[in-house]
Design a binder for this molecule. Sequence first.
Ligand code: 0RA
Length: 669
Amino acid sequence: MVDSAESYEAADITVLEGLEAVRRRPGMYIGSTGPAGLHHLVYEVVDNAVDEAMAGHCTEVDVTLHADGSCEVVDNGRGIPVGPHPEMPDLSALEVVMTMLHAGGKFGGSGYKVSGGLHGVGVSVVNALSERLQVEIRRGGSRWAMCFVDGGDVEAPLQEVEDVPAGGPTGTTVRFWPDAKVFDEVEFQAARLTERLQVMAFLNADLRVRFRDLRSPAGSDWTTFRYSGGIGDFVRHVNASRETLFSEVGYFHQEESDQEVEVAFQWSTAYNTDGLYSFANGITTTEGGMHEEGFRKALTGAANRYADRKGLLRGVANLQGEDIREGLTAIVSVRLHEPQFEGQTKSKLGNVSIRTLVERATNRHLGDWLEEHPSEARRIVTKAAEASRAREAARAAREATRRKSALNGAGLPGKLTDCTSGDIDENELYIVEGDSAGGSAKKARDPRTMAVLPIRGKILNVERARADRMLRNSEIAALISAIGAGFGVPDGDGDSDDAESKGRRPGNGNGVDSNGGFDLNKLRYGKIILLCDADVDGSHIRTLLLTFLFRQMRPLIEEGHVYIAQPPLYSTEVGRNKVYLKDDRAKTEFLTDHPKHRSEFQRLKGLGEMDADELWETTLDPAQRTLLRVDIEEAAVADAVFSQLMGDDVESRKSFIQANAGDVRFLDI
Ligand code: 0RA
């Protein structure tokens, strides 16, 4: 019934405290009780299965969203131990795992090599924040079941359900119903989960991860993620709709005293410089940290040494980090004990020892790779040298803009109608499609807190333009100076002879000549709100704007400052009142709620045709409007989507946008 190895395994589990602590302060354990925290519950369970996979005991994880609002995670790992817990012989190890919080990782030592860090708070946290949780274990020749309710109270004690034939399947099934009393909202978002599950599959080569959504007929088939090429496939995926500089994806890994690093890389002809995506124990580190630092520094060093030795640097003094990273897509994935997550969003890796490892591994393996791939290496260096010349040109363009704006007196674009409040948190910048809609917005707005910047026509596609060209585009230049926080990626490779950082001047409030990269601290508005028409053209402009913000001001999106305003599509009369309806779904819902409704529905035309009162009531008034917050959880996956949206193939892009006009997948309320 119970296998003999179990008692010592159960002894590995370190007991700390009960679940009340979690229910009292959920934010401490899962970050928030908003959508991010809700989805965190799923990742917590999946991470446990992935830990099993990393320990070599699990090959498959299946995630199902059920119609009853629950989420079920099935794995074929060893199964949670069900024998008595040695320190609390009255309880099974399973019950301890499910009802007690565990300190510093799940195990008191010998358990797994590494575990999910921030997410390694344990499945007990999921139990604490669930209305109901059912767990089934297949282990030691039996199938076991147990059920909890109301955040961890035992409803059904551990029961042996049936025998499993010797050598039969092992594993764990956890099904939970998130507690509506804890979370702002308990509806899972399929797009958000798939994005994350796909990344997990990339980071764990050969692990099969499946997902299905039984809440709608359209989602009920399995979506399967399985990549035998691991992070190499990840790079291929991100670059799928780009023209690459060479076909091979480079790869190396190194393991040292219980830490390991794995890197995959490839250059494309694109001009973006922030295609570096890093992970620690399978968790996205959007704020970077020691592993990124080590990689950037060694990349800059290795490329310069190579270029120098081969005499490829004619005319260019030294390649800057950002020049070398232009067009680079790289995944840096590290695994380590007790990861320290720091920074504003706890997504910056603080362990110093990992920097040394990544730097050493990159210097060595990337150096070798360049030597062994002379034609690829030449292309990389040539592109970097071009980028270097373009950077100089951009500097000249910035200088010119700076002098011009100095003449104007103020650093702000003439088209901007600013707001008067000095409180950045309450201030909003509306970026409005078209001059006439801009005019209505100016009349309709609350001048204290709402600024308006009209953008004319299609703005430049920044996917295909270097900084110097970008800055010559007046719409882009206006955007950058209105937002006020500069643009681009701060150079983080610690290159002390970096011309860009040496040339930096104290900011004069005009973001255009700030050249140290985007700096959130200089932001002039707490909310940047895109206001575009609800038609295909509008969604194209919105996509161009989002691409620009994603490529050049990514922290703005990551920190939740970017929103999309939702002008309604329909209006109708109810008695004397006008009711506005956001979209077709809202219209259908309205008709369900008002079956006797007979009045016509007006289809509202463009923003420009609404009068100021209408625009205020439907779209601007904080008391009535709906804003969608742009929310990107897995930047690397979003990167691939943006490239697909903005790449060279105009026709496929057009049809993609048309087909997905109503479904921008990185959106969250
Ligand atoms: C505690 C100890 C062991 C495994 C697990 C927990 C475990 C938890 C979950 C949650 C979902 N799937 C899971 N799979 C395993 C160690 C087991 C052993 O040493 O046999």
